[in-house]
Design a protein around this ligand. Structure first.
Ligand code: SF4
Ligand code: SF4
Length: 104
């Protein structure tokens, strides 16, 4: 599991850097975020949830989505839309509400 950051989408806000518990994300000379230690990413998805421009894509493990499956998050106020593409290219969107995250 790891992430990939789309430099063309990144606006350099630095939020992913602030929330990564492993201090794995840095900025380059162009003020764009990149992951330095891909193998150390344990897939907590904190950076995906903070990126307001959906610049971070998360690659799912073979045991979850199959090789090549990926995930990115789009935000609409408190709603997080988790866009999943499985190994066959099938797409699924799961929506969650931030305000209900600690409800249960
Ligand atoms: S998924 Fe978690 S561990 Fe991996 S880079 Fe993002 S914040 Fe860091
Ligand atoms: S949160 Fe998104 S836009 Fe902000 S620095 Fe990270 S990748 Fe770039």
């Amino acid at each position: 599991m790891s992430i990939k950051i789309d430099k063309d989408k990144c606006v350099g806000c630095g939020k992913c850097i602030d929330v990564c518990p492993g201090t794995l994300i840095y900025k380059d000379k162009e003020n764009k975020a990149y992951i330095k230690y891909e193998k150390n990413c344990w897939g907590c998805t904190a950076c995906l949830k903070e990126c307001k421009v959906a610049a971070i894509k998360y690659y799912l493990g073979a045991d979850i989505g199959g090789n090549g499956a990926s995930l990115y998050v789009e935000q609409d106020k408190d709603i997080l839309n988790w866009n999943i593409t499985d190994k066959n290219g099938e797409k699924v969107v799961i929506s969650t509400n931030r305000k209900e995250a600690n409800r249960y």
